[in-house]
Design a protein around this ligand. Structure first.
Ligand SMILES: Nc1nc2c(ncn2[C@@H]2O[C@H](COP(=O)(O)OP(=O)(O)OP(=O)(O)O)[C@@H](O)[C@H]2O)c(=O)[nH]1
Ligand SMILES: [Mg+2]
Length: 324
C-alpha cells in the first residue's frame, strides 16, 4: 500500500538533513520511478559532488565487513557516507556487517552515515536505475562518499560498474582462485584489487593477480594496486583505503574523473531511452497478450513460423517509425 506524502514537505526536511525524509524519498523513487524527475526538480540548486566507489566480488568474500571497516576510517576523517547494498545475501541487518550486530548498530546509527539495501529481483525499472537515482539523492543530501556493494555476477551487476568512479574487486584465498578471476572478465573491471581474509592465506592469489596485471597494458596510466586485508581485525584496511584515495587522485589529476562523470550520465540517458522504447513497443506494438498468442500458435502450428510472425511485426514497427 502506498502511503500519502507531500513532496514539498519531504524536500524541506531533506534539505535540513533529515534522514527519515531521505529514506522516504528513496522509497518513493524505488516504487515510483516516474516521480524521480519531480523530486530532482527541487534539488537543481544543489552543488555537492560525491565520490562513488563500487565494491564487488563473489558471495561471502567479505564485502560488507570490508565496507564497514572502510566506512569507519572515513567516518573518523569526518566524511559523510551513503551506502547502497545490492542483493545482500547476508544483509547488514543479519549481523554480517562489521562481524557483529553490536558494532553494526553503532555505525549505522552514526549521524554521518546512511545505508540502503536493494533487492534487484523483480525490480521495478531496473536495478541500475534505482542505484543511479539513489546515488543522486545521496549527492544532494551532502554525502562525501558513496559506496555501492554488489555481488559480481550477471549483467545487471556489470552495468553498475558504469555508475562508479573506482571499482574495488574483492577476492579471497582458497577456493577456485583462477575461476574467481576469470569471472566477469574481472581483470578488466577492477581499479583496485583486494585479497580479503588474509588470515586464511592469500599470498598465492595476490601473486596471481599481480602477474595478470603485469601482462596487461593500462592506457589510463593507472596500474591497479593489490592489497591484502583481514576485514574482521581491520588489518590492511588502511592500505586499501589509501589505494582508493590514490585512484581518486589519479582520476582527478588526469581529469578522467570528468569522463567518468559523463559516462554515468551517458549510461543513464541510454537507459531512460531504452526503457521508454521498451514501453512504447510493448504497449503499442507487441503487448503481453500478443506475445502469448504467438507462443500458443508456435506450439500449435510449429515453431518455425514464429520467425515470420515476428518479422511481420517488425515490418509494422518500421512502417510506423518511417511514418513519423
Ligand atoms: N576469516 C575471515 N573471515 C572474514 C573476513 N572478512 C569477512 N569474513 C567473514 O566472512 C563472512 C562473509 O562476510 P560478509 O562481509 O557478509 O561478505 P559479503 O561479501 O558481504 O557477503 P554477501 O553480501 O553475502 O555476498 C562473515 O562470516 C564474515 O565474518 C576476514 O578477513 N577473515
Ligand atoms: Mg554483503
Amino acid at each position: 500500500m502506498k502511503r500519502d506524502y507531500d513532496i514539498n514537505d519531504l524536500i524541506t526536511k531533506f534539505k535540513n538533513k533529515d534522514k527519515i525524509a531521505l529514506a522516504r524519498l528513496i522509497t518513493i523513487i524505488e516504487n515510483e520511478p516516474d516521480k524521480a524527475h519531480e523530486i530532482f526538480r527541487h534539488l537543481e540548486d544543489v552543488k555537492n559532488d560525491s565520490y562513488i566507489i563500487g565494491i564487488t566480488g563473489s558471495p561471502g568474500v567479505g564485502k560488507s565487513t570490508l565496507t564497514g571497516e572502510i566506512c569507519k576510517k572515513l567516518l573518523d576523517d569526518g566524511k559523510r557516507i551513503g551506502i547502497i547494498c545490492v542483493d545482500p545475501t547476508s544483509p547488514f541487518s543479519g549481523g554480517a556487517f562489521l562481524g557483529d550486530r553490536v558494532r553494526m548498530t553503532n555505525i549505522s546509527l552514526h549521524p554521518n552515515m546512511f545505508l540502503r539495501s536493494l533487492a534487484s529481483r523483480g525490480y521495478k525499472g531496473g536495478i541500475s536505475r534505482a542505484v543511479f537515482d539513489i546515488s543522486l539523492l545521496y549527492e544532494a543530501f551532502g554525502m562525501d562518499i558513496i559506496i555501492i556493494e554488489t555481488v559480481g555476477v550477471g549483467q545487471a551487476e556489470f552495468d553498475i560498474y558504469n555508475l562508479v568512479y573506482s571499482v574495488v574487486v574483492v577476492l579471497v584465498p582458497g577456493y577456485g582462485d583462477a575461476i574467481q578471476m576469470q569471472k566477469a572478465g574481472i581483470i578488466e573491471i577492477g581499479d583496485i584489487y583486494d585479497v580479503n581474509k588474509k588470515d586464511l592465506g592469500g599470498e598465492d592469489i595476490a601473486v596471481q593477480i599481480e602477474m595478470m596485471l603485469d601482462d596487461s597494458t593500462f592506457q589510463s596510466g593507472w596500474r591497479p594496486p593489490v592489497s591484502m586485508t583481514n576485514a574482521i581485525s581491520g588489518e590492511g584496511v588502511d592500505d586499501l583505503v589509501q589505494n582508493i584515495m590514490d585512484h581518486k587522485e589519479h582520476l582527478e589529476l588526469s581529469e578522467s574523473i570528468n569522463e567518468k562523470k559523463k559516462n554515468r550520465f551517458r549510461y543513464k540517458i541510454k537507459e531512460l531511452v531504452y526503457t521508454k522504447i521498451d514501453k512504447i513497443i510493448s504497449e503499442g506494438f507487441l503487448n503481453e497478450n500478443e506475445i502469448n498468442e504467438i507462443i500458443n500458435h508456435a506450439l500449435d502450428d510449429g515453431k518455425f513460423k514464429i520467425y515470420r510472425t515476428i518479422h511481420n511485426k517488425f515490418e509494422d514497427v518500421n512502417f510506423e517509425i518511417n511514418k513519423k
